[in-house]
Design a protein around this ligand. Structure first.
Ligand SMILES: [Zn+2]
Length: 498
């Protein structure tokens, strides 16, 4: 009896907790799992982003360049949406990529030139996609491989895990010195930034993809100076080595700009041919990666975005060769091609901008992340071909060359340039002066709309009030050495390149 009584006393107590366990397992545990594990969409397409440094749109066959040898990209353009006029936010690698990855203008993300890292407080595309369950992999190059904020959100960055990257970033002194950019032709073939090695590393990364959906970012560097394509591409453009100037940054090119050295017609042809050779070399290697992705059936259900970060001045304005100092459209206009099987192949002739990429991807995936504030607009209507009704009044594009304190705003007709040290503006009518060679002195008939001028004034005010903390501009010796090699660190002449 006594045993039974004990049993009877204890049983109800046990039974009273049972529903709580069940409740926890059925209701609370799944909620906990949902908060701890990223939301993993089952049917979202992969996102593949190709960025190419220093690639002028007008040097591609797809954009009408007669001498281009860019067969792979030209073929891709026949399947894709090609945007004819795309404006970058800055003529330098870090701020341009910062806008690409955040959808925000430089005065908002504070990455103003190549000496400013992208802040870890920014919400990048890789972080956003990862929070929705995407696996994230990056193959980066040159300045952006130095952990300047572009590694955030990536599970694998240049073949290293997030834990390895964090460890290396916190122990800067243990890093090996980078391969110098200014080297002879043979040595440069071992430069990890070269397209051949970029494709090799991208293929290796794809062979060990951690799962789907994935976000893959591959950055090619080759059109960047020094213009030094492998011999076969020099032959394509009838440009053998050892025939005069080699246009290797920084010495030769800076001397040409500073001393206003006049190039001969032969030298101008060679400069152009070397650049075209580098573009052709990139195209061949990118084509090799595309064939690999196609063979693995990784293209058919993916959203592919191909974009440049900024262009390159090839002696068109004020003897300037390079980018960073100029605000002309030779350095601000970039290619943009987008492919997804549900979009028709077509050409969009409206002006768009680099800040539009993040809003477009989020719109395409129907994602609305919290705490994300964007400056760009979605291009989904363009991709779906509902263009003429929705985008009659295309938003203006703002750009900033921080090294020279130059800011510009442009729409499809007008471009207005302002320098920090001047109160006056420079106006160009792009419809009759697309190369920006004849600033308008008078406006005999039409004038740019006041909202364009007001937006530029507001942007200048925004730049004056941003408070860049010291820690944001700290640079290590490795970065400074690389920037010096590339010709970015120097005294900038007042007349700059504009
Ligand atoms: Zn760049």
């Amino acid at each position: 009896m006594s045993k039974t009584t004990k049993k009877n006393k204890s049983s109800p107590r046990k039974l009273s907790y049972y529903p709580l366990y069940v409740f926890f397992i059925l209701m609370i545990a799944p909620l906990l799992v949902m908060t701890l594990v990223p939301k993993r969409p089952l049917h979202y397409p992969n996102i593949i982003l190709f960025t190419v440094d220093t690639l002028r749109a007008d040097r591609l066959g797809a954009y009408g360049h007669d001498r281009a040898r860019t067969a792979h990209l030209d073929f891709f353009s026949k399947k894709a949406t090609t945007f004819s006029t795309v404006i970058t936010a800055a003529p330098e690698t870090l701020p341009a990529h910062a806008t690409l990855f955040t959808g925000r203008y430089p005065w908002r993300h504070h990455c103003l030139d190549n000496q400013y890292p992208l802040r870890y407080s920014e919400h990048t595309l890789s972080e956003i996609l990862r929070s929705y369950g995407y696996r994230t992999i990056a193959i980066s190059n040159a300045i952006m491989s130095l952990y300047r904020g572009f590694e955030q959100g990536f599970e694998m960055f240049n073949g290293k895990s997030e834990a390895q990257v964090n460890k290396e970033r916190n122990k800067k002194t243990t890093r090996k010195p980078h391969v110098k950019i200014k080297v002879t032709s043979n040595e440069q073939r071992n430069d990890p930034s070269r397209a051949t090695l970029t494709t090799k590393r991208a293929i290796q990364a794809c062979e060990s993809l951690p799962g789907t959906p994935f976000f893959l970012w591959v950055h090619y560097w080759d059109p960047h100076s020094p213009y030094n394509p492998p011999d076969i591409y020099r032959k394509w453009f009838d440009c053998p080595s050892g025939t005069g100037r080699e246009f290797l940054f920084p010495d030769e090119m800076q001397a040409i700009h500073r001393q206003k050295i006049e190039l001969t017609d032969i030298e101008k042809t060679k400069l152009s041919a070397l650049y075209d050779g580098d573009v052709a070399y990139f195209d061949a290697e990118w084509g090799r990666l595309m064939r690999f992705l196609a063979a693995r059936q990784l293209l058919s259900d993916s959203l592919l975005i191909f974009i440049g970060d900024h262009g390159e001045s090839l002696y068109e304005h004020n003897h300037y060769i390079g980018h960073g100092l100029s605000i002309k459209n030779t350095v601000l206009t970039i290619p943009l091609l987008v492919f997804q099987k549900r979009f028709p192949a077509h050409i969009i002739n409206h002006q768009v901008k680099i800040a539009d990429i993040v809003p477009t991807i989020l719109d395409f995936l129907a994602l609305k992340p919290e705490k994300v504030s964007l400056d760009g607009e979605s291009l989904l209507n363009f991709l779906n071909e509902f263009t003429t009704r929705k985008h009659v009044d295309t938003p203006a594009a703002l750009s900033r060359a921080h090294l020279t304190g130059s800011t510009s705003i442009q729409n499809e007709r007008w471009k207005i340039i302002s320098r920090d040290d001047q109160e006056t503006f420079t106006f160009h009518d792009l419809a009759i002066d697309p190369l920006e060679q004849n600033p308008i002195i008078d406006f005999p008939e039409e004038r740019p709309p006041p909202r364009l001028i007001n937006a530029l004034k507001q942007w200048k005010r925004n730049f004056k009030v941003i408070d860049i903390k010291k820690s944001e501009t700290q640079n290590d010796e490795q970065l400074l050495e690389m920037l010096r090699d590339l010709g970015y660190i120097d005294e900038y002449p007042a007349e700059a390149a504009n």
